[in-house]
Design a protein around this ligand. Structure first.
Ligand SMILES: C[S@@+](CC[C@H](N)C(=O)[O-])C[C@H]1O[C@@H](n2cnc3c(N)ncnc32)[C@H](O)[C@@H]1O
Length: 302
């Protein structure tokens, strides 16, 4: 047996099991390739064509197929099985205490899309809802002059973030804080990044097992009793103006919830940022636009 044959077999097994994807891959073959390469100890960016004829021992075959079976039986995202997720070519530790990182804000940090709203005076960046700390780490890498704070309400998620900050040697530049929304991180901030829980109630009720394996707190945007997924976002947009510097901006991911977002904030002027998933997933809000949401008695810049 060679690697190409084993990969074909593994891919067919995943395909037949009708799994859900979206945690780093979006189809059975790519997921099988990821798990196979990881199990064989090969780099995840290996050229599969170049490796096609590599001989597979019976032990390797058994180990790879056992891992595929675990993926099928547990319905856990591949990243929980391998303990690793990659964003923008950077590896992050992950386990069930935090969501598998896949934020499109990572692309915007890497491709410079946010840079026009920053300048040399920008010093303080908050990654609110930091989860495993990936965006905080990527922000520190993208902006070598800034100090970054990663905040999350979940001590479990922060324990995972700690591992990633240490792994990338960023202890001096990335601080981690337990906070409910902005409560424990008043700023002022030049940039707030936030990939919050925003899934609406109907979608929460029909999540596939791979997504139910993640902390509910990370996905459920209805914890204050609404059903549109915007509960966390409503509180954030109310509190953010008091925490931003005059030129500060908020970069907010809302996934597939643009309709609910625009229904909740119909007058708000947002800049929609282009990502590989389209221009309706991540938006940028200036302090000026956020102030338009406040009652006029409170709407003066801090
Ligand atoms: C969608 S995950 C994003 C994680 C990470 N930023 C990423 O992109 O992979 C949302 C995160 O928000 C956190 N969270 C939920 N409610 C929160 C709150 N009230 N205050 C702060 N963090 C909260 C969850 O614990 C979870 O880690």
């Amino acid at each position: 047996m060679n690697l190409q044959q084993l990969l074909a077999d593994a891919g067919q097994r995943l395909e037949a099991a009708q799994l859900a994807y979206g945690h780093g891959t979006n189809n059975a073959r790519d997921e099988a390739a990821w798990l196979l390469l990881w199990q064989l100890g090969l780099p995840l960016d290996s050229d599969l064509d170049a490796l096609a004829e590599r001989a597979i021992t019976p032990e390797e075959q058994a180990a790879v197929l056992a891992l595929m079976q675990r993926r099928i039986d547990t319905r856990e995202p591949a990243a929980y099985l391998t303990g690793e997720a990659w964003l923008q070519g950077v590896p992050f530790y992950v386990d069930r205490r935090s969501i598998v990182p896949r934020s499109f804000i990572a692309e915007l940090l890497a491709d410079g899309s946010i840079d026009p709203w920053l300048d040399e005076a920008s010093r303080d960046v908050l990654d609110l809802c930091t989860g495993n700390g990936s965006l905080a780490v990527l922000a520190a890498m993208a902006y070598p002059e800034v100090q970054v704070t990663g905040a999350d309400i979940s001590p479990d998620a922060l324990a995972v973030a700690r591992i990633n900050v240490d792994r990338h040697g960023l202890q001096d530049r990335v601080k981690l804080v337990e906070s409910d929304g902005l409560a424990a991180c008043p700023g002022p901030w030049d940039l707030i990044l936030c990939n919050p829980p925003y899934v609406n109630a109907q979608s929460m009720a029909s999540l596939p097992p791979e997504y139910r394996a993640e902390p509910g707190l990370a996905l459920d945007g209805n914890t204050a009793g609404s059903s549109d997924g915007m509960d966390f976002v409503r509180a954030l947009l109310r509190d953010a103006p008091a925490c931003l510097r005059p030129d500060g901006v908020l970069v907010l991911e809302i996934g597939n919830e643009r309709t609910h977002f625009e229904a909740a904030f119909p007058q708000l002027e947002a800049v929609w940022l282009d990502t590989s998933a389209g221009d309706d997933q991540v938006l940028l809000l200036t302090l000026e636009s956020l102030l338009t949401l406040l009652p006029s008695s409170q709407a003066s810049a801090p």
